[in-house]
Design a protein around this ligand. Structure first.
Ligand code: CO
Length: 457
């Protein structure tokens, strides 16, 4: 039997419509999906935290608590970017520790941790803290292809991950570039080396994902990530229903409860129709794009890039930007294209094309990366490019978080007038400006409600 992890309420809308599903929508679906018999439902983390506060004026912690209330049977899973937590830079160890603690306290069962560069020094604290607070820790290896990302590279990494204390391992193919033959080889090679369960997470962007899943399942993968149709395919995961039907009656049958799934379908259709009507779901995100097997662009990155380019009226440069991406990637030492590296490489490719000169402009994050502040690049960084961007600056090669002072108590003190809980302090630690605006608004609105209530007494 293969187990399914349902991703529609996290990765599904993050890949297809910029993570805009509301708490009410997420909770209404989770209430039903709790009965479907999944291994877990991925409900939190990734971009959901930032998007909730920034675009929806919603408290991400409240969402988690509401989901937990309606999910009594199924484990809740979140995506956690190692030392970056859910943000885009490295945070100090005490913030990572507190974030794991509070995530578990508020309802998370499984924390899926990964590092964009597969630098395991950046996973250490999250793994330790998850286990310390009684959570299940899954480590995901960021899958990509390059001259250095060989089967030997990944099996070595898998062994290190098991040794680090992970409860399970995930092959995280965020770009959907894993093809069936390679999946079969990779899964069997890793299964030979580790004894913890192995999961596969991929995206349909290139149009080969279902075949890849089938190959991986036959090679022995234990768990796969799927998304409820109609929030599946395109840049998201394969359809839960389709894959479950395809495996029905075989020894891999996930034995899902289709009654619950059929109950969730009309709800999901209404939600998706809303985002098609308001333009957030660009039909381009639903197309099959086999070219990404060349360009290696993850779903979320692709939909954000389409938005960036169309906002600037530069959609005619789309193909050119796609061609620039692998070049930037090579220059930067073949980082896997996953947050925050995907944003860095994507934005750099856009800048290189729109400015008409490569590396004329650079984001601060790219400069930090070149200074070593995100960890070790998988391969050598192009010396000329590095020189053009950071000159002869000194760089670091230690675990980047070793250089960071504890931050949590300082932030708590700084925002003692705004933050009312440790969860609020964590929101401020991750997305300071967004969280200040959000929390001020939230507590002002609550005060108004109390005033109104008192008037009636
Ligand atoms: Co994904």
């Amino acid at each position: 039997m293969v187990r399914f992890v349902e991703t529609s309420v996290r990765d599904g809308h993050q890949s297809l419509f910029a993570t805009r599903m509301t708490t009410e929508e997420v909770v209404s679906l989770c209430k039903i999906l709790d009965n479907a018999g999944y291994h877990a439902i991925e409900v939190w983390g990734g971009a959901t935290f930032d998007a909730a506060m920034r675009f929806l004026s919603e408290d991400p912690w409240e969402r988690l608590r509401e989901v937990k209330k309606v999910c009594k049977k199924t484990k809740l899973q979140m995506l956690f970017r190692g030392q970056n937590i859910l943000g885009y830079r490295h945070y100090s160890d005490d913030v990572v520790d507190m974030f794991c603690k509070k995530s578990i306290e508020n309802g998370i069962d499984i924390i899926r941790v990964f590092d964009a560069l597969n630098d395991i020094r950046n996973l250490k604290q999250a793994v330790e803290s998850t286990k310390k607070y009684g959570g299940e820790c899954q480590i995901a290896l960021s899958y990509t292809t390059s001259p250095v990302h060989t089967i030997v590279y990944y099996t070595d990494l898998a062994k290190q991950i098991e040794k680090l204390g992970a409860d399970s391992l995930c092959i995280k193919d965020m770009a959907g570039v894993l093809v069936p033959e390679d999946a079969a080889k990779l899964v069997s090679a890793i299964k030979k080396e580790i004894s913890i369960p192995l999961e596969l997470h991929s995206h349909c962007t290139a149009g080969v994902c279902e075949m890849t899943y089938k190959a991986a399942i036959e090679a022995g993968v234990d768990i796969v990530d799927t998304s409820l149709s109609p929030l599946s395919n395109g840049t998201a995961q394969p359809s839960t229903q389709a894959l479950a039907m395809a495996l029905k009656g075989t020894k891999y049958d996930p034995k899902l409860n289709f009654e619950a799934i059929h109950e969730a379908e009309p709800l999901m259709t209404n939600i998706v129709n809303k985002y098609v009507a308001n333009g957030l779901l660009n039909p381009k995100s639903l197309e099959v794009n086999p070219n990404i097997l060349t360009y290696q662009v993850p779903g979320g990155m692709l939909s954000n890039m389409i938005k960036q380019l169309s906002d600037q009226g530069a959609m005619d440069k789309y193909e050119e930007v796609l061609r620039e991406i692998p070049k930037v990637r090579k220059d930067l030492g073949y980082p896997p294209l996953v947050t925050p590296m995907s944003q860095m490489v994507g934005t750099q490719a856009v800048l290189n094309v729109l400015n008409g000169e490569r590396y004329k402009m650079c984001a601060k994050e790219v400069k930090d990366y070149l200074h070593g502040k995100y960890g070790k690049a998988p391969a050598e960084i192009d010396e000329d490019v590095k020189k053009k961007i950071i000159g002869d600056d000194e760089t670091i090669d230690c675990r980047p978080a070793d250089l960071l002072e504890p931050e949590f108590e300082k932030l708590k003190e700084k925002y003692r007038d705004i933050a009312r809980s440790d969860e609020d302090v964590l929101s401020l630690a991750l997305f300071e400006n967004v969280a200040v605006d959000f929390l001020k608004k939230k507590y002002a609105a609550e005060a108004d409600e109390i005033d109104e209530f008192e008037m009636f007494i």
